[in-house]
Ligand binder design. Structure first.
Ligand code: HEC
Length: 104
């Protein structure tokens, strides 16, 4: 796992917001306002640690089979989050920066 460069830079956050739409996350997740297909991601960076989040965003298909927390989420939501082919180097840090900007 590469070092996670979570930025508070406005440009990185804006790119993360664009990716959140472009990668289809927005079709299943709201940020504030409650559950859609998947959990509300408001404050997700406070309730999960960064490495867990990275794995869940990169390999949700593996996580729902191997990780207890992800298994519980699947049991609650009854839809497996599809692998969105997020690029670990370029896209993941921007998505995490965007999510972090919505922690509170
Ligand atoms: C087809 C719907 C769908 C799409 C598209 C999707 N997700 Fe998910 N996501 C889910 C569901 C459902 C869960 C709960 C686990 C499960 O059921 O697999 C989840 C779980 C998560 C979690 C863990 C939430 C928590 O409360 O711990 C994160 C973070 C997340 N998704 C981020 C993303 C990001 C970022 C994208 C876009 C790259 C994305 N998701 C795309 C449906 C989706």
């Amino acid at each position: 796992m590469p070092k996670l460069d979570i930025s508070t830079d406005a440009a990185a956050i804006a790119q993360g917001r664009d990716l959140f739409s472009a990668k289809g996350c927005v079709g299943c997740h709201k940020i504030g306002g409650g559950k859609l297909v998947g959990p509300d991601l408001k404050g997700v960076t406070a309730r999960r640690d960064p490495e867990w989040l990275a794995k869940m965003i990169l390999r949700p298909d593996v996580m729902v089979k191997e990780d207890d927390t992800a298994k519980k989420l699947l049991a609650e939501h009854m839809v497996p989050m599809p692998n969105q082919n997020v690029d670990a180097q370029k896209e993941l840090p921007l998505l995490l920066s965007f999510l972090k900007s919505n922690e509170k």
